[in-house]
Design a protein around this ligand. Structure first.
Ligand SMILES: Cc1cc2nc3c(=O)[nH]c(=O)nc-3n(C[C@H](O)[C@H](O)[C@H](O)COP(=O)(O)OP(=O)(O)OC[C@H]3O[C@@H](n4cnc5c(N)ncnc54)[C@H](O)[C@@H]3O)c2cc1C
Length: 405
């Protein structure tokens, strides 16, 4: 029987992978040298992402004693453009915009400094559960054997495929470019979400960014593909971004936009089987906005703690991690993602106009969103008022529709 090379193999060194490793070693320092992260790229590497990181993500890293010091643009609030008007909330520092090129490399370096083995330029091609012998991870650089494998390999996850799962029910097409600022831009410290085009199940964004010291603006379009939506090509989002750039006085031909995918969290989907488990976008992130960095970090913190507990109880032999499904499901992260999932129908469904009106007329709702993004304490009275106002408005609209019939 071949002894496993590692206790834990983590596939992917994005925020989910590096945080899982950091969290695991924080709980069980004796695992130094027994945790490997397999990353197909070499750092620093590009990761398509607008880079808006809520202070919630940094607060979670701080719990692990980690501070990722990279250049960035501060975020002080959120602005929403809707078909019926505009609203904003700017309660002060709620996060920062980072470049993933720098952020992910720095986070991975921190993990290495704490005893994680990072193998860069190693693409995982397949994962096979070999029973008592552990999991065989097939890579372009030869096999790796581990007791448990955590799939933190993002939207195209190979580990997810090994679990026999499809791409997921809630997927999004995204396109983005970095451009110079234009006269119509709001204050640089605001994240701007433009949902004024109701034919788009999604929004366009303008986020501040700093690229090699230059203050630029990351502009993009997010489009959620809801069930039955057949357009997988991403051409629609690219066309919409071109039109928007033209409207902003920018020349789309000068901006090479690229299309990407994102996966929303589906509470009914499996995230573990035998010795395999998923975290981060491999499992699923916020489907409403596509926010995923802080979520990936939170997945990592949870996955590391979960695994530490399991490894402590079973220091050798086969390790099954199917109870990750329940542990995740009971977590604050899963509750948050379930709530966001429920908002998909509200934001992008037939009652969208009402929801927009509510957001525009009571900016307190955006304030609550900012507080959540930043992990600031809620003013529960404000939250209760926002929920009560929303529920009353929707109930009235539904009643009026029923009476009309
Ligand atoms: C255009 C765009 C804009 C976005 N903007 C934002 C934003 O502003 N704010 C926000 O919060 N979220 C944003 N997101 C979402 C966010 O980028 C992701 O949700 C987040 O990166 C997920 O982190 P992760 O660690 O789970 O996966 P990833 O960051 O995708 O990391 C996965 C890692 O796995 C590696 N990998 C993949 N396959 C293999 C393999 N077979 N073998 C070895 N390694 C592998 C990859 O190279 C990568 O390093 C955006 C996404 C896109 C596409």
């Amino acid at each position: 029987m071949a002894a496993p090379d590692f206790d834990v193999a983590i596939v992917g060194a994005g925020p989910a992978g590096s945080t899982t490793a950091l969290s695991l070693l924080r709980e069980l320092p004796a695992l130094a040298g027994r945790v490997v992260v397999l990353e197909r790229a070499r750092f620093p590497r590009e990761k398509p992402c607008a880079g808006a990181l809520g202070a919630r993500g940094d607060a979670l890293l701080a719990e692990l004693g980690v501070r990722v010091d990279v250049p960035g643009a501060p975020i002080d609030g959120i602005a929403l453009r809707a078909a019926c008007g505009e609203a904003s909330a700017s309660p002060g520092r709620v996060g920062r915009v980072v470049r993933r090129f720098e952020f992910d490399a720095a986070l991975a370096r921190t993990a290495v400094s704490r005893g994680v083995t990072l193998r860069e330029g190693v693409r995982v091609e397949g994962v096979r559960d070999e029973g008592a012998e552990g999991v065989l991870v097939e890579t372009g650089a030869g096999p790796v054997r581990a007791r448990v494998v955590v799939g933190c390999d993002g939207v195209g996850s190979v580990v997810r495929k090994a679990l026999g799962l499809g791409a997921g029910r809630l997927r999004a097409q995204v396109v983005e470019v970095d451009t110079e600022p234009v006269a119509g831009d709001l204050a640089r410290s605001m994240l701007v979400f433009d949902a004024s085009d109701r034919s788009l199940a999604g929004y366009a964004w303008d986020f501040p960014t700093v690229v090699e010291g230059r203050p630029l603006v990351c502009r993009g379009v997010y489009r959620l593909k809801v069930d039955g939506d057949a357009d997988d090509s991403g051409e629609d989002v690219a066309r919409r971004l071109d039109a928007r750039l033209r409207g902003q006085g920018l020349d789309p031909a000068r901006c090479k936009n690229k299309r990407y995918a994102e996966r929303g969290f589906d509470p009914a989907a499996r995230v573990a089987r035998g010795p395999l488990m998923l975290a981060g976008e491999a499992a699923g992130i916020d489907p409403v906005t596509g926010e995923g960095i802080a979520q990936a970090i939170e997945y990592g913190v949870l996955a590391g703690r979960f695994l530490a507990g399991r490894l402590e109880r079973a220091p050798a032999g086969r390790l099954e991690v199917e109870d990750w499904q329940g542990a995740l499901s009971r977590s604050r992260l899963a509750r948050d993602l379930r709530i966001r999932g429920a908002f998909v129908r509200l934001f992008y469904g037939p009652e969208r106009a009402e929801v927009e009106r509510l957001l525009v007329e009571s900016p307190d709702a955006l304030l609550v969103g900012c507080q959540h993004f930043a992990a600031q304490p809620y003013d529960w009275l404000t939250v209760a008022e926002v929920v009560a106002r929303g529920a009353a408005r929707l109930a009235a609209v539904r009643l009026a529709a029923a009476l009309r019939r």
